[in-house]
Design a protein around this ligand. Structure first.
Ligand SMILES: O=C(O)C(=O)C[C@]1(C(=O)O)C=C[C@@H](O)C=C1
Length: 395
């Protein structure tokens, strides 16, 4: 959101107990007009100093209560046992509901996530595995979901992220599962064919790609490194501006940035955070062909968490080889008022031409409607695996 730069101060410590009208949610909402003369700079800063003192006291107080909540949970073994994604989702939804501007929902959710992240890290920071190296969009997704008070473990592959969580070396993992421009990341879905891990969260990240190079100049660029997904997201831009440059696919955008830093005639397509990590300059950006380019990531862990009130369930279903089996498998969800957001089939690795259906349904497996639907479809399914029930992504 663009700040308005208007001098009028925000209502001081406004308590908003009622839900705001929809119109007030516009990102560019300006502070209310008053007849009072604008305050001078020194007075404004004095007010800000006062508010900062107040915010700091409240954050300290909140951290103390969070610590007591931790103690009330009893003597638990590790940070992962204190983490409650369903509670975090409820806290953040309330933040969104209360938001009266001028900061937008995304900004406020980010600030509150950081506060909860710091509160939780008082016990011990969570260890989160992701597809590294540092500077990837996966790392950004980790911070968006868990805040910065965590210990990030950059790993070499999606498979390794699963392995490290399974082995208990990481508390959770964050893996990309689909992109709005490029579709499913099949290697992630395939991991669920054999993995026992549960999906315990989802993160949606607007992905902005930049062309990065050592000197920030487009002239003289002979080759471009990037992950194949990122090349595909920037196809039209590359065709227009660098049609003759060699395109070299590598394992991650961060790896592309690492290579581009060693020669002036090379560039990388990567997120802007890779520019900071690898000391590169932005030649152009954002350069993705679709401005709403978004990647959805899954948070994987070892257990299923209780409902948050607005959840999604991911299932993997093998159907019986008989007429109408897929129809009968899907019918109970419609009957019980559960909406299906996504269906995808992948070779099941169980026999020739056998397919696994990956299905996302609104609701949680601990809820009655979902339990009934799962009971009813059992007759037509060879196998049903609940991959997880988790809070729907927030802002
Ligand atoms: O409510 C809890 O169970 C807490 O531990 C507190 C808190 C928070 O800061 O609000 C911290 C970590 C949990 O993941 C959820 C919430």
């Amino acid at each position: 959101m663009k700040k308005t730069g208007k001098a009028a101060p925000k209502k001081q410590a406004a308590k908003t107990t009622t839900k705001k009208p929809a119109a007030a949610k516009t990102p560019d909402a300006v502070p209310p007009k008053t007849d009072a003369a604008p305050l001078d700079l020194a007075t404004l800063r004095e007010r800000i100093d006062g508010i900062d003192r107040h915010i700091q006291e409240l954050i300290g107080e909140r951290a103390q209560f969070a610590n007591q909540v931790g103690k009330a949970k009893g003597k638990l073994a590790a940070a992962v046992d204190y983490y409650r994604p369903e509670r975090e989702a409820q806290v953040l939804r309330r933040v969104v509901d209360r938001n009266d501007g001028p900061l937008n929902d995304e900004v406020l959710v980010r600030l509150f996530r950081e506060i909860m992240s710091a509160c939780l890290a008082q016990q011990e920071p969570l260890k989160i595995g992701y597809l590294g190296p540092e500077g990837t969009h996966s790392q950004q997704a980790v911070y968006k979901h868990f805040g910065h008070s965590i210990h990030g473990l950059p790993l070499a592959s999606i498979e390794e992220v699963f392995q490290e969580v399974e082995a208990g070396h990481a508390d959770f993992g964050v893996v990309p599962v689909e992109n709005s421009t490029q579709g499913t990341i099949q290697s992630t879905l395939d991991m669920f064919l054999t993995s026992k891990l549960k999906i315990c969260g989802e993160v949606e990240l607007r992905v902005h790609q930049h062309l990065l190079s050592r000197n920030g100049q487009i002239e003289g660029i002979e080759r471009v490194y990037s992950h194949p997904q990122s090349f595909a997201q920037c196809k039209a831009w590359l065709r227009q501006y660098l049609p003759r440059a060699e395109k070299i696919p590598v394992s991650s955008n961060a790896e592309a940035a690492r290579r581009a830093r060693s020669a002036d005639d090379s560039a990388a397509i990567a997120g802007i955070s890779a520019a900071n990590v690898y000391g590169l300059k932005s030649v152009a950006g954002p350069i993705e062909d679709r401005p709403d380019n978004t990647t959805r990531f899954l948070v994987i862990g070892r257990e299923l968490f209780p409902p948050s009130g607005n959840d999604r369930t991911s299932l993997m279903i093998f159907i019986k080889d008989q007429p109408g089996a897929l129809y009968h498998v899907l019918e109970p969800f419609a009957k019980h008022g559960l909406s299906m957001n996504r269906i995808e089939s992948r070779p099941g690795h169980t026999g020739l031409w056998q397919y696994a259906f990956f299905i996302d349904i609104g609701g949680h497996v601990h809820e009655e409607a979902m339990r009934r639907a799962l009971d009813e479809l059992a007759d037509y399914a060879q196998e049903v695996k609940v991959l997880g029930s988790y809070p729907v992504a927030i802002a």
